[in-house]
Design a protein around this ligand. Structure first.
Ligand SMILES: NC(=O)c1ccc[n+]([C@@H]2O[C@H](COP(=O)([O-])OP(=O)(O)OC[C@H]3O[C@@H](n4cnc5c(N)ncnc54)[C@H](O)[C@@H]3O)[C@@H](O)[C@H]2O)c1
Length: 343
């Protein structure tokens, strides 16, 4: 019987989200965790005994392991580039957490380094892998919603002061690149762009209204898509007590509305119609760690298949860049007061 080649993984950064990478690797029979990198001696010792892996203080040493195939980057957003350059130079495939980096220029350097080294680059946007979101994508592809006319992303989440104080990077310009839009809202912005298509122009306003942070804790944007549809984004980490994020897709033949990853309303002229009350899920609306492991597992399954079969991962570097480009354009619009035309 054909047995797929085992892929050996190493994880850089043992903070919050690393447990989802380790959990996904452990859940997949043809993936194996062999190494971690952490600056904390305590975490290195714990990982060595808990997972039976090699633990490195310096990721530059970890990426040299000859048996290592894939490097997962779970460091703060503004540090993804350094880890990616080291991994690519050592000939290892890269899975980076979202956002790809904090600026378009830094993200493009990641993409180029991986292309030059002929290794795959994938970025985690796990919400693309919910069954209901995939159903919305299918409905749009099949033309069931007709011509797209309006797309809205509402991410009215809440993070308390302790969340920002717990690390030295969240909410900072160098560590996070901003705050509510680039860190939290970017998930739903990615879903919006993936369904609606590329944005032609954007006007945005961002403010920092309730937290003592450098980045924005509230932001809004008006979008015009290249296909002529309009759209809006409202993203925040200041809305007490946090509401499930919503994605609303409207075409001239019907509408699909998702809340916290589930379709809550679907109405088409062809007959599909239902409205449900969202299940009691608050996604990450008030709890940063309310992240469904199954979605990371689904994306890791897709990425490891891409690596094994030498094809592009669905969310490769160029794909992940789109949401980052839009968020940076919203920041630029807010700063300059101008509408920004996207390239
Ligand atoms: N996909 C999701 O839903 C999701 C959820 C949370 C965070 N994230 C992303 O994951 C990344 C990390 O976020 P987090 O909440 O886990 O942050 P965190 O602060 O909890 O963890 C980051 C870890 O990286 C470590 N680190 C920093 N520099 C390092 C280095 N040079 N070598 C080794 N370790 C190093 C830090 O010590 C820390 O333990 C961010 O980019 C964030 O946007 C994604």
């Amino acid at each position: 019987m054909f047995k797929p080649r085992i892929l050996n993984f190493g994880v850089i950064g043992l903070g919050n989200i690393s447990s989802h990478h380790i959990g996904a690797i452990q859940a997949l029979p043809d993936c194996r965790l062999i190494a971690v990198s952490s600056r904390s001696e305590q975490k290195r010792m714990k990982a060595e005994s808990q997972y039976g892996v090699k633990a490195f203080a310096d990721f530059n040493e970890m990426v040299q392991l000859p048996e290592l195939d894939v490097v997962c980057i779970c460091t703060p957003s503004g540090q993804h580039l350094d880890a990616c350059l080291a991994a690519a130079k050592a000939g290892k495939h890269v899975i980076s957490e979202k956002p790809l980096e904090i600026s378009v220029e830094r993200a493009q350097r990641m993409i180029k380094a991986c292309r030059d080294a002929k290794v795959k680059l994938a970025c985690i946007f796990q919400n693309r892998y919910s069954n209901d979101y995939q159903r919305v994508c299918d409905l749009v592809k099949q033309g069931k919603l007709g011509k797209l006319i309006l797309g809205n992303a509402y991410i009215k989440w809440y993070r308390n002061d302790a969340y920002y104080q717990a690390t030295d990077w969240r909410g900072t310009l160098l560590g996070d690149g901003g705050a509510a839009l680039i860190n939290q809202s970017i998930h739903t912005i990615d879903l919006l762009l993936n369904v609606m298509g590329p944005v032609q122009s954007v006007s945005g306003k961002t403010r920092t209204l309730t937290h003592a942070i450098e980045g924005e804790d509230i932001g809004t944007a008006i979008l015009e898509f290249k296909n002529g549809a309009l759209g809006t984004i409202e993203g925040s980490t200041s809305i007490f007590a946090g509401f499930p994020e919503r994605l609303e897709i409207h075409g001239d033949e019907g509408s699909a509305v998702m809340e916290a990853g589930k379709i809550v309303a679907l109405k088409t002229r062809q007959g599909d119609a239902f409205e449900v009350k969202a299940e009691n899920s608050n996604s990450g609306s008030s709890n940063p760690m309310a992240i469904d492991l199954e979605l990371h597992i689904a994306q890791f399954r897709e990425i490891s298949g891409a690596i094994r079969n030498d094809r592009e991962p669905e969310v490769n570097g160029e794909e992940a860049l789109k949401a980052l480009q839009l968020v940076r354009a919203i920041y630029e619009s807010s700063r300059s007061g101008n509408e920004i035309v996207l390239e």
